[in-house]
Design a protein around this ligand. Structure first.
Ligand code: ASP
Length: 328
């Protein structure tokens, strides 16, 4: 081989290697997961646990959390929607993906405008109150609500959040309007609840369990159709349905998304990694300890995730519209 030919072959080979490298994902760059609520809250907690569990199946790459909180999850969700569709920006959000389209008349994205990677978990909610409340049971709580109409305030994580949805349903069922106090997530709301600045709220067990166990707040009822057997601290609480609120069933779920247009090969790598992460014993243990149920493979695949979210949009839209509330 003459020198020119040898150089051309060598250059071609390194270009091929470069091409292969450019396509490799993840290529050593950190992956950002946008969380549309404050740090330390339930959505943040699941995203951080997941980020840790994703690291190994993604070849040891750093998976970091970007809290973009506000407006009931819509700010962070819009941020992820606008990100480069290259697999390096993802989104972990909850039921807000399905409730915000009914609450906001103008959103910068459509629910369909994302790549669905899979569901992560389902989490019950609990109605919890400040430690100074005299009420110790659901019945005593509703009596107190009845006696204090117009004076009660309820915290939530912004219009479109799970706590907002639960609060809306409670107010309708109890036929009592309350002053709602919106936060950027239920982590700061929990701080104020423990301090007695707000009276009560609904929140995921992933944020309430250790506070209830430590008697820093009071727990009154669960939002699921069945009572909870774990964590044990909830086992004596009635369901809201048992407490007379027919059909009250709010179970929160979290899912993993990528911006529309992320290449199929990258999506496959991410979905494969998600499936491994959801079986990571450490991840499962942490989630179950807080009352969350990690979903199985049948629910952590893109097609079923999308089908489920669209069904949730159809389910919650009429409930929210009937309550006559808009956020914008
Ligand atoms: N638990 C919150 C909610 O009510 C969200 C959060 O802070 O993760 O939607």
């Amino acid at each position: 081989m003459n020198l020119t030919l040898r150089l051309t072959v060598a250059a071609g080979a390194s270009l091929l290697a470069l091409g292969a490298h450019a396509q490799a994902f993840p290529a050593g760059k950190p992956i950002n997961i946008v969380v549309p609520f404050s740090a330390g809250g339930p959505t943040d907690k699941v995203a951080r646990d997941l980020a840790e569990a994703l690291r190994k199946p993604l070849g040891g790459v750093a998976v970091v959390i970007d809290n973009a909180a506000g407006a009931g999850s819509t700010i962070g969700t819009a941020k992820a929607f606008r990100a480069q569709p290259d697999g390096y920006t993802l989104l972990v959000t909850h039921i807000g993906m399905a409730t915000t389209p009914a609450l906001y008349r103008s959103l910068p994205y459509k629910v369909e405008d994302f790549e669905y990677l899979g569901l992560i978990n389902e989490v019950p909610m609990v109605v919890v109150g400040k430690p100074a409340l005299a009420a110790n049971t659901w019945k005593e709580l509703t009596d107190w609500i009845g006696q204090n109409k117009g004076k009660i305030n309820m915290a939530n994580a912004g219009l479109g959040s799970a706590s907002h949805l639960c609060g809306l349903m409670l107010q309708n069922a109890l036929k009592t309007e309350m002053t709602t106090v919106p936060y950027k997530g239920t982590a700061p709301a929990m701080t104020d609840l423990m301090g007695g600045q707000v009276d009560f709220m609904c929140d995921q067990t992933t944020n309430t369990t250790s506070q209830v166990e430590g008697k820093k707040i009071k727990a009154y009822a669960v939002t699921t159709p069945k009572r909870l057997s774990i964590p044990a601290v909830y086992k004596d609480l009635p369901t809201l349905e048992e407490a007379g609120m027919k059909g009250f069933n709010v179970s929160i779920w979290h899912g993993l998304y990528a911006p529309k247009g992320t290449p199929p090969a990258v999506l496959k790598t991410l979905n494969d990694a998600l499936k491994v992460a959801l079986k990571d014993p450490e991840f499962v243990k942490k989630q179950e300890g807080l009352g969350a149920i990690v979903v199985n493979d049948a629910r952590s695949n893109p097609a079923d995730h999308k089908k489920f979210v669209l069904a949730e949009v159809a389910k919650w839209g009429p409930v929210i519209k009937a309550a006559g509330q808009y956020a914008d």
